[in-house]
Ligand binder design. Structure first.
Ligand code: 6PG
Length: 467
């Protein structure tokens, strides 16, 4: 019994988490269902304190008690099978941590089953991809606070650091950590789609060459749009294909996949009456992309507007696109954080919104400069219902809405699809409308279904005999 912590599941993420832990000097036990990945990791670990096991009982028995076991296993059934194979060898007080992208409701079920056996269970959101896992991810742990505290020193050590702040904070009970990771991914989908639309406008409307667009993204990355996703976009656009010499982006098939977390974010929002339209639109954009064969046929049948090439002032329009993208991002993050706020109230989780913005500043895929301002907004008003009404962002979107309107209108008039930019604008306009036209919808419901309505001038529930 000499290993401090054990890692099960040695795919890219699991191996890198194990190597990250080992680089802190702790003895790490590793185990994989098949021995090939274990052997590969041992070869790669070159003298680091990584100790391989080929039998689950040997693995468990090698751990110091209370045992701490990190699962980096594919979400879903494989997690349940691994837990089932571990439990016979565990004792009360041992701790299992799931670092994969598990659905938070699965985490809650596993938490309840294990707590009944005296075993601690943490659902830990980890973001940062393979490089983050190795060098320092952003870590979102959920479960019992006292259980978290037993592993906090390990988690904070392997997390990325921004200044003196580790990108790891206790998120909340039960499935809260995996929930926060899930919505992080929903925001990630929206952010990626918004960037893609800005690129589309620059390329298809302003007709800029790819290298120039790469330079524009690199310049934007020096300012308030500074973020990992903007940075990698500039690098992606510069990459040439070795086979053809073309820009690699131009030989990549326009079909995008997904593993489910963005979809779960939308489902949770829809199930709970949370207006998460930009995130959901970014999911639908992926779905439309994947019906490639239909799109190819439709292109030969359906027409857009006839494109007259106007002479747009290039520099002015590049600045419009920058402002439109920034405002779209503000709206998308506003939706993501209001999904956090509404769900936190709904599940009584007391999510630490300010600290979540802080741990998103490093390690994770959505790391961005403006998370500092988001965190300040929650510092000023812990109960902020929507980022759009925080003074900094209210002022910003007041200034930038003109550009977003220009870009969206120009896109619509040119037949260029900008689903998330236009949804951001609709969201902004509906959110700032105190008296909407939903009264007509309610009247229609009452007309055909006697669903009743409330009045603006007196309390109670009313029905009209419309005919
Ligand atoms: C992260 C990412 C990661 C995610 C992949 C793929 O934060 O490190 O969100 O967890 O699984 O990026 O996601 P999709 O396959 O759903 O696009």
């Amino acid at each position: 019994m000499f290993n401090t912590i054990g890692v099960i599941g040695l795919g890219v993420m699991g191996s890198n988490i194990a190597l990250n832990m080992a680089s802190e000097g702790d003895q790490i036990a590793v185990y994989n269902y098949t021995s090939d990945l274990t052997d590969q990791l041992v070869q790669k670990s070159k003298g680091q304190p990584i100790n391989p096991y080929y039998d689950i009982q040997d693995f468990v028995e090698s751990l110091k008690t209370p045992r701490k076991i990190f699962l980096m296993v594919t979400a879903g059934k494989p997690i349940d099978s691994v837990i089932d194979s571990l439990v016979p060898f565990l004792e009360a007080g041992d701790i299992i941590m799931d670092g994969g992208n598990s659905h938070y409701e699965d985490t809650e079920r596993r938490y309840s089953e294990l707590i009944a056996k005296g075993i601690g269970y943490l659902g830990i959101g980890i973001s940062g991809g393979e490089v983050g896992a190795l060098n320092g991810p952003s870590i979102m742990p959920g479960g019992d606070k006292d259980v978290y505290e037993k592993v906090a020193p390990f988690l904070t050590k392997i997390a990325d650091q921004v200044g003196d702040t580790p990108c790891c904070v206790y998120i909340g009970p039960k499935g809260a950590g995996h929930f926060v990771k899930m919505v992080h991914n929903g925001i990630e989908y929206a952010d990626m789609q918004l960037i893609t639309e800005a690129y589309t406008f620059l390329r298809e409307k302003l007709l800029l060459p790819i290298d120039e667009i790469a330079d524009i993204f690199a310049t934007w990355n020096q300012g308030e749009l500074k973020s990992y996703l903007i940075e990698i976009t500039a690098e992606i656009l510069r990459k040439k294909d070795e086979r053809t010499g073309l820009s690699l982006i131009d030989v990549i098939l326009d079909k995008v996949g997904q593993k489910g977390t963005g979809k779960w974010t939308s489902i949770q929002a829809i199930d709970n009456g949370i207006p998460s339209s930009i995130i959901t639109e970014s999911l639908f954009a992926r779905y439309i992309s994947s019906i490639k064969e239909e799109r190819v046929i439709a292109e030969t049948i359906l027409e857009g507007p006839s494109m007259e090439q106007q002479n747009l002032d290039k520099d002015l329009w590049i600045e419009y696109v920058r402002q439109a993208l920034y405002m779209g991002k503000v709206c998308a993050y506003a939706q993501g954080f209001s999904q956090y706020k509404m769900s936190s109230d709904l599940y009584d989780w007391n999510l630490p919104l300010k600290d979540m913005a802080l741990i998103f500043r490093g390690g994770c895929i959505i790391r961005a400069e403006f998370l500092n301002v988001i965190s300040e907004a929650f510092e000023a008003e812990a109960n902020l219902s929507n980022l759009l009404i925080a003074p900094y962002f209210a002022e910003k979107v007041k200034e930038y809405q003109f550009a977003l309107r220009k870009v969206v209108c120009e896109g619509i008039n040119s037949g260029i699809s900008l689903p998330c930019l236009s949804t951001s604008l609709s969201y902004y306009d509906s959110y700032r409308t105190g008296r909407s036209n939903a009264n007509l919808l309610q009247a229609q419901r009452d007309y055909f279904g006697a669903h009743t309505y409330e009045r603006t001038d007196m309390a109670g529930v009313f029905h009209t005999d419309w005919q």
